[in-house]
Design a protein around this ligand. Structure first.
Ligand SMILES: [Zn+2]
Length: 514
């Protein structure tokens, strides 16, 4: 049985209709041409002039983290400490015996500390994680169960015991104390995350999940593999593989895994390294102190030797490396490693995730090395409000998204659950560079065109993810697409985020309908 989608406008095409058979788009053409191919029992879907785009691809996120976030206490809408504490208090009665109260998503430097969480409960462990995921505030019970005392030393992280503030790798002490989610729970997170993505027109993601909340890469890997085998994936996933240390990575390679191993639904992607923290939490590693905190230069997670060990191991197995680098010191660290060890022309597509605070010389080097850049224009929404206070003059060459897009392989994403996935909002922010929340604009000379921004979530995103036969409405391509009620190129830029996604189809199946 085939399905004909009729009377639509198609991105980058003059056709008005297309035919889907099984997983694939089997023909495109005019309405009459496609109608003439229909046989008895075939279906037609009338799209009334709506705009069809290839399913959006979000090139960097944490799908398990997104699913978990959607299942726990969401604090992203909170505007003040009182609201965060009130929601936390209200969540307490719904917990099961022995369960931790975990929330995530607060943004601002709220007045939440150990004492304010202890006032809610000293019996139930409470962990509230900042939106960026690099800092958490905890109560006394959580510290006790995690075995953290005044004398605990934090390697590559920071513990403020008195105030219950835990940063970066010290967060692993907390994760160790949580009961690891079983496979059913992990699968449920994947399904929930995928459902949210589908509702926003997304049919593929680059996702970093291995160390999210398990002590080894295996539980997450198995949950994805099993779900893919059971045909339970409504999203194509390229796994951005993160490990606790080079030894764990080595064990993974010994099992026969490397980039490209997998199926159309779940495939092993690049090695992911997290080199520093976030701008919002002032843990991004800077060469000079923060403009609004002269005592802090942020945190580098690894020493140079470890980064090089990871890198060489990956390259010897033809596995690309993509590195989370937000501050200029983290960028210096990885650019040195790339410059000294990479093959010329970057044939393995090593890259950078985020590409935020940088100096002019670093931008030049990124272009010279032809690094793949995984950007998040959605970050402009929050960061436009804090960038200049945090880094002063250094804002000038930061978030240079148009320059990157026009010179090196660059595509877009959300880093969910840091921001909730929303390609249309991401497209708007790429174009306007103006925060919807604070109204502030960030370096408007780096604005992308609507066409570029759309491509950064479609064609270019699939190239970056290495997913073939995806990203176009064309014969022989996977039937992965989204139907929008309007063409973003014909919409006022400030209204692009309001365009409704009417339908999402993945692998020939309707996975979302408004
Ligand atoms: Zn991330």
């Amino acid at each position: 049985m085939a399905t004909a989608y009729l009377n639509c406008r198609i991105k980058d095409s003059d056709d008005t209709a297309f035919l889907v058979e099984g997983h694939l788009i089997s023909r495109t053409g005019s309405d009459e041409e496609i109608r003439s191919l229909l046989r008895e029992g075939d279906e037609t879907v009338e799209l009334s002039g709506m705009y069809v785009v290839p399913g959006f691809a979000d090139t960097h996120m944490h799908l398990l983290g997104l699913g978990e976030y959607l299942s726990t206490l969401m604090l992203n809408h909170c505007t003040g400490s009182e609201e965060v504490l009130e929601l936390t208090r209200k969540a307490l009665p719904s917990l099961k015996e022995g369960q931790w109260l975990r929330g995530r998503g607060y943004h601002d430097n709220l007045q939440i500390d150990k004492a304010s969480l202890d006032a809610i409960s000293t019996d139930v462990p409470i962990v509230l994680t900042r939106a960026c995921g690099h800092v958490a505030c905890v109560n006394s019970k959580a510290l006790e169960l995690a075995g953290i005392t005044e004398d605990t030393e934090a390697e590559e992280g920071d513990i403020d015991y008195a105030n219950g503030i835990i940063k970066e790798n010290a967060l692993r002490l907390l994760k160790k104390a949580w009961k690891e989610p079983d496979e059913e729970t992990l699968k449920e997170y994947i399904r929930k995350g995928a459902e949210y993505c589908n509702a926003h027109g997304i049919t593929a993601v680059g996702s970093d999940d291995f160390v999210s909340f398990t002590s080894s890469y295996k539980p997450a890997l198995k949950a994805f593999e099993h779900l893919a085998m059971e045909n339970g994936m409504n999203l194509r996933v390229s796994e951005q593989c993160e490990f606790h240390d080079p030894e764990e990575f080595s064990r993974f390679l010994d099992e026969g895994y490397t980039a490209g191993v997998g199926s159309d639904a779940f495939v092993i992607g690049p090695l992911k390294l997290i080199l520093d923290g976030s701008l919002g939490a002032r843990t991004a590693a800077m060469t000079m102190p923060y403009s609004d905190d002269p005592d802090s230069c942020g945190i580098l997670i690894y020493d140079d030797e470890e980064v090089e060990t990871f890198f060489r191991l990956a390259q010897s197995y033809n596995m690309p490396v993509i590195s989370h680098a937000i501050g200029d010191a983290a960028l210096d660290q990885i650019l040195d490693v790339y410059e000294q060890n990479m093959y010329e022309g970057n044939p393995l597509h090593n890259g950078l995730v985020h590409c935020q605070i940088m100096r002019k010389d670093q931008l030049k080097k990124i272009l010279k090395l032809s690094l793949s850049c995984y950007i998040q224009t959605l970050f402009i929404d929050y960061d436009a409000g804090i960038l200049e206070e945090r880094v002063g003059e250094r804002a000038k060459y930061s978030y240079p998204f148009a320059t990157l897009y026009r010179n090196v392989p660059t595509a877009n994403g959300s880093d969910a659950p840091v921001e909730l996935p929303d390609p249309l909002k991401g497209i708007e922010l790429a174009v306007t560079r103006k925060s919807l929340t604070s109204g502030r604009t960030m370096n408007a000379s780096e604005a992308m065109t609507v066409k570029e921004a759309l491509d950064s979530f479609t064609d270019r995103a699939y190239e970056l993810l290495g997913m073939e036969n995806c990203g176009k409405i064309r014969k022989g391509y996977f039937a992965d697409f989204a139907v929008l009620s309007a063409d973003p190129e014909e919409t006022e830029p400030e209204k692009i985020h309001e365009i409704p996604v009417m339908m999402t189809v993945m692998d020939g199946r309707t996975v979302y309908e408004r």
